[in-house]
Design a protein around this ligand. Structure first.
Ligand code: ZN
Length: 556
């Protein structure tokens, strides 16, 4: 079945390109979290989202400006429309496919799936069909995005009724939009106790799973750890602005492989998630204990060095010497900056701040020959000025991390395993922060717990890209700033990348994933005449290429 679907998708992709359809059309329907209830900021109402378009109430295409549910013919009052999943979804679909994305957003706050069932008095299915048909004059329907369920969860609707009604709705939409195989993606509702938790869990873990079994070509995205809009209103089911955007990105990641014949993988080698191990404060134990343990497993870490502490034989925790910094760099670890003297950067004048940054950069460059391409904030403190000055000339700075240590963070093997599972499930970039190993700040009473954790990570390497902070940061930026132009033929495809990052700083190879037609023999690829390694997995294949380089030519 899977092979058959992929073939259909591949053929559909060829057909679309040949027909020259201008827009990729997405139908976004459901209730309030689809409409968007996240608070807007002033730029939302003035800035267009590049590459994303809305179908307006005159049936025309216009550039997308929030709120994206503005033209829904069944929406509630304009005043309540805000930021929802459409913004993150549209933005990422455009960046990742380099196609013009036309959103037909037609959500209705508070609506039950009963109102969406064909034949219902509310007629929401027909309202959506009217607008989607107008949009189909401008392109092909690529996916149906559905986010709904809060109302029915509160009303106590059974799984059986929900599945039956939803399956009818999708069959009706597919038939009336002449898109029998169009992918459907559903999403989980918020996971804080706005209604009894067991009801939320039943909807997310049972009803939506059953929905995806009943409806062909349907999949679901998770709402894990997406925060609510109001801190002081725990009974409100709405996601925050940022959570809405993130939820939209999760939808985009789910939709991408279903609609694109060639796309850039979320992480190197099409791994599902990434991990960077990072170590603070330049301790000698990082050389004597951590580096060998990482290297044994083929990993490399990122070590944040404090220039004026290098060589200090601190009785609590002795520091690295410049010789060791150089040696670790030569062994492939990232030796990067944690400022010159570890002050509270937010309390410094601009001049002192620059001195902290530049002195450490030059000291590390003198030792290793490489200017640090990343930065880690002492005490994890920053403000706008600190962010601005430290980001200049870098691929990334550490603004999210999870503390791994037993003294302060009380890390246990269970906590480590749960964190790892989460990172993989969510397709995230997990960044660890470790200080002392057997001594000093947040030390480990049992360092073997940490080494065992590295084994656990190693065992999941099929899903994980373990790389330095600089490598993952650069990959992500390049991925989101490279647009692909894909031309397909019967004997192969050509992929031309438009690369918007600064090549002097960003030079990670990106992974291209592409769909193969059925029964192809040998697949070969070259870039600028040089052969590329092609790795096949069923009816898809992947290769690593230079996004700043010449066309990638793939032949089969
Ligand atoms: Zn520190």
């Amino acid at each position: 079945m899977k092979r058959f679907q992929l073939l259909i998708l591949a053929l559909a992709a060829f057909a679309t390109l040949q027909a020259g359809a201008d827009y990729d059309v997405y139908l976004l329907i459901g209730q309030s979290n689809c409409a968007g209830r996240g608070p807007m900021i002033s730029s939302d109402t003035t800035d267009v989202i590049p590459g994303v378009y809305l179908l307006n109430n005159k049936g025309k295409v216009e550039e997308a400006i929030a709120p994206l549910n503005r033209y829904s013919n069944i929406r509630k009052d304009m005043k309540v429309q805000g930021i929802g999943l459409g913004m993150g979804f549209g933005d990422k679909m455009h960046r990742w496919t380099n196609r013009k994305v036309l959103l037909v957003q037609n959500a209705r706050g508070g609506s039950s799936v009963r109102s969406w069932t064909p034949g219902a008095a509310d007629g929401y299915a027909d309202s959506a069909i009217v607008r989607a048909r107008q949009a189909l004059r401008f392109g092909r329907l690529k996916a149906i995005v559905w986010h709904q369920g809060e109302t029915d969860t509160q009303m106590g609707m059974t799984t059986g009724e929900y599945v039956e009604r939803f399956a009818k709705l999708i069959a009706y939409l597919r038939e009336n939009l002449n898109a029998p195989d169009v992918p459907v993606v559903v999403g989980e509702i918020g996971q804080w106790e706005w209604t009894p938790m067991r009801d939320i869990n039943r909807f997310n873990d049972t009803t939506l799973v059953e929905v995806c079994k009943a409806v062909p070509n349907c999949s679901k995205v998770s709402s894990d750890r997406l925060p609510r809009r109001f801190r002081d209103k725990p009974r409100d089911p709405h996601f925050s602005r940022q959570a809405g955007i993130e939820l939209g990105e999760r939808y985009a990641r789910e939709v991408l492989p279903k609609v694109s014949s060639a796309y850039i993988a979320p992480y190197r080698d099409n791994k599902r998630a990434a991990i960077s191990f990072t170590y603070d404060d330049g301790l000698m134990e990082h050389y004597t204990m951590v580096a060998p343990e990482l290297e044994k497993r083929g990993f490399r870490g990122t070590f944040w060095v404090i220039g004026n502490m290098v060589g200090v034989n601190d009785t609590v925790s002795p520091r690295l010497t410049w010789d060791k910094v150089r040696e670790m760099h030569e062994r492939g670890h990232e030796m990067s900056s944690h400022s010159w003297s570890h002050p509270h950067l937010t309390r410094l004048s601009k001049d002192s701040l620059l001195r902290e940054i530049l002195m450490n950069d030059s000291a590390i460059e003198r030792a290793t020959g490489a200017v640090p391409r990343t930065f880690c904030y002492p005490y994890n403190e920053s403000n706008d000025l600190v962010l601005k000055l430290t980001r200049n000339g870098r691929v990334g700075t550490r603004t999210h991390q999870v503390g791994h240590g037993q003294q302060n963070n009380k890390t246990t093997p269970d906590k480590l395993s749960a964190w790892l599972r989460d990172v993989i499930d969510q397709g995230e970039w997990g960044v660890t922060m470790t200080h002392g190993i057997t001594r000093g700040y947040d030390k480990w009473y049992h360092p073997e717990v940490l080494w065992n954790f590295y084994d656990e990570v190693k065992a999941r390497e099929d899903s994980l890209w373990v790389a330095t902070f600089a490598e993952v940061a650069a990959y992500r930026t390049e991925r989101d700033n490279t647009l692909l132009k894909v031309s397909c033929g019967h004997r192969g495809m050509t992929v031309k990348a438009k690369y918007y990052a600064d090549k002097r700083l960003f030079h990670e190879l990106l992974t291209l994933v592409f769909t193969l037609p059925d029964n192809v023999g040998d697949v070969r690829a070259t870039q600028g005449g040089k052969p590329l390694t092609v790795i096949r997995q069923g009816n898809t294949a992947r290769l690593n290429f230079e996004p700043w380089g010449k066309k990638v030519k793939i032949k089969w």
